[in-house]
Ligand binder design. Structure first.
Ligand SMILES: [Zn+2]
Length: 401
């Protein structure tokens, strides 16, 4: 057992550890907490015992005080927000500490950022899937997007950082964004609140603008994989941070998470090469959705090869579509000792938004809360394998001339 007063000391240590305060601030922090909880409450509470081990100081403190003061749901949330705020350093400090750690070890830097987002409860626990073969299935009671609140506000925009919320929007006081340079542009890195993977994150452009397709986009993706070598990174497409109910947001972004995407574990049906890009291996994947993987260490050639394959597919798609919107194939990348593994999912992007097939399904995750069947969805997806291999053959022929 541990005394309430000791719990508060531990809470203060945690606040110092996340980087927002220094040892000199201990007394000040204690008084700040007294102010939040109420002096009399704290006096009476300080000799009370709380159970150990304390895995989560914020939860234990909020629970003890709420129980003692018989707080309602709203007051309890308010208390949690105020205490969580103490555990969250200002954006400038989080960014500086992230950069400092990143210089020595990118993994350590993202771990630090994940810890800040976890101790202050901005990010909830990772949901555990049932793994069925290559596919991850989540419990049917879990909806991947918590759409109860937040409408009309773009969840990827920088203006959310520290936003206290309003009638429509959840409190984001403890949200932090890491600024980074991506090919000369400022991009932000932030975490998903209801993650399906460890350190599930979004990377988004500084301004609210649409993704520009073409080679730039592939180069950005590959560069993100260089910046976060321990992450898999993919295109967010219609996928948005949870808590957003609008169908599509037009804010250029990618997503990522630590480790391997389920799609990356797909077995290779056959391999081939392209004369145009000799250092790149082409792998045909045995996957529920047709997919091609490009493997190689030469970054420039990899980007060119991916651009070539995508152009082959899109040429066909755009010929059969009347829309003038720009599209790209869903891409997923990760780095291994063999070099980059860049997977292009061969679906017709113009029908993608009209089907129930979402990006989670593409990388091997199924939301079982969905009604429509997979077969139905796949019928609407054009299989483009043939086209790609024909295109590669024609290109090889032309190179040989
Ligand atoms: Zn936006």
């Amino acid at each position: 057992m541990m005394l309430m007063s000791e719990l508060i000391e531990e809470f203060i240590s945690l606040a110092i550890k996340t980087g927002g305060w220094m040892v000199l601030d201990r007394l000040y922090l204690k008084n700040k907490i007294v102010g939040i909880i109420g002096e009399e409450t704290l006096e009476e509470l300080s000799q009370q015992k709380v159970g150990e081990p304390i895995e989560d100081a914020l939860t234990t403190l909020v629970e003890s005080v709420s129980e003692f003061k018989k707080l309602g749901m709203g007051q309890r949330q308010e208390l949690e927000t105020q205490l969580a705020d103490i555990l969250t350093p200002p954006p400038s400090v989080v960014n500086a500490l992230f950069a400092q750690r990143y210089e020595k070890d990118p993994e350590d830097a993202t771990r630090y950022f994940a810890e800040v987002n976890s101790v202050n409860h901005f990010v909830g626990p990772v949901k555990t899937p049932v793994v069925e073969g290559d596919i991850h299935v989540w419990d049917s009671s879990i909806s991947l997007a918590d759409t109860t609140e937040e409408t009309g506000r773009c969840p990827l925009c920088m203006s959310n950082e520290g936003f206290e919320g309003d009638s429509k929007t959840k409190n984001r006081q403890t949200q932090r964004l890491i600024r980074m340079n991506l090919l000369g542009e400022t991009w932000n890195y932030q975490f998903e609140r209801n993650p399906l993977f460890e350190q599930q994150a979004y990377f988004s452009s500084e301004n609210h603008e649409e993704m520009t397709y073409g080679k730039d986009r592939i180069e950005r993706l590959v560069t993100l994989s260089d910046i976060f070598p321990h992450y898999f990174v993919g295109e967010a497409g219609g996928m948005t941070p949870s808590g957003f109910s609008e169908e599509n947001i037009e804010h250029a972004s990618f997503y990522g998470a630590i480790g391997q995407a389920p799609l990356s574990k797909a077995t290779v049906a056959q391999t081939s090469s392209m004369s145009l890009f000799p250092s790149i291996e082409v792998q045909e994947l045995d996957w529920v959705i047709p997919a091609i993987r490009l493997v190689g260490k030469d970054k420039t050639m990899l980007i060119q090869a991916a651009h070539f394959v995508e152009a082959l597919v899109l040429k066909h798609v755009l010929e059969s579509s009347s829309e003038d919107r720009e599209y790209g194939l869903p891409l997923v990348i990760e780095k291994t000792d063999k070099g980059y593994l860049l997977t292009l999912v061969l679906v017709n992007p113009s029908v993608l938004s009209e089907t129930s097939l979402d990006f989670w399904e593409i990388i091997g995750c199924v939301n079982v809360t969905k009604e429509s069947s997979k077969e139905e969805t796949l019928e609407q997806v054009t299989t483009l394998y043939e086209l790609v291999s024909q295109g590669i053959k024609v290109a090889d022929y032309l190179v040989g001339l």
